[in-house]
Design a protein around this ligand. Structure first.
Ligand code: ZN
Length: 193
């Protein structure tokens, strides 16, 4: 398992709900937590490791996340959004790129935990932002999609550079072709959803 970088097709794949929370799903979550911690991230969505299933993890060592007491989120749904706040954001699939963007200040969410038990929580601040970012991933949405036109203009060069490097790796045979990746993604989806 590894974190894929933009513009890997998994990042544009709509994740499907997990059918059943099995030992295999728990193992995927555990590996994702290790990867996220290794990369110094606040959160990681399954799309980012090439698995189009509705699962994301949050860094529970983070002080803000400790308050909510959950680090594994399966089939999450944001049920309420309140207020707007603009803060800087980044993504492990676009390392080194940061930009300001508006998100709901406070959210309410329902999800399943790693034992398959449903829970509900209210979050604000960094955790609220991280959850919204990860839920977007599960819908194939990236934070760079949501920037204001002016902010977008400022980072377009960096985004193009990610695209250039990715295509270069594909040409060098280090990454499979997009059609091949899409085939693998639908296979993975069929196994878990
Ligand atoms: Zn991200």
């Amino acid at each position: 398992m590894q974190i894929v970088q933009y513009p890997h097709p998994a990042l544009r794949y709509a994740a499907k709900p997990v059918r059943e929370v099995t030992d295999e799903i728990r193992d995927i979550a555990r590996q994702m937590i290790e990867l996220m911690l290794g990369a110094g991230g606040i959160g990681l969505a399954a799309n980012q490791v090439g698995l189009p299933i509705q699962l994301f993890v949050l860094n529970a060592e983070n002080e803000a996340a400790q308050q909510i007491g959950q680090s594994v989120f399966i089939n999450p749904q944001i049920t309420e959004r309140k207020g707007i706040i603009e803060e800087e954001e980044g993504c492990l699939s676009l390392p080194g790129l940061y930009a300001k963007l508006k998100r709901a200040a406070k959210i309410q969410l329902t999800a399943l935990d790693q034992n398959g038990n449903p829970f509900q929580l209210t979050a604000e601040g960094l955790v609220s932002r991280a959850i919204q970012h990860e839920v977007d991933h599960l819908h194939g949405i990236l934070f760079i999609d949501k920037l204001s036109p002016l902010v977008k203009l400022g980072i377009i060069g960096q985004v193009k550079e990610f695209e250039r490097k990715y295509r270069q790796s594909q040409l060098a045979g280090e990454i499979p072709s997009d059609p091949e990746i899409r085939r693998q993604l639908s296979e993975q989806q069929a196994v878990h959803t």
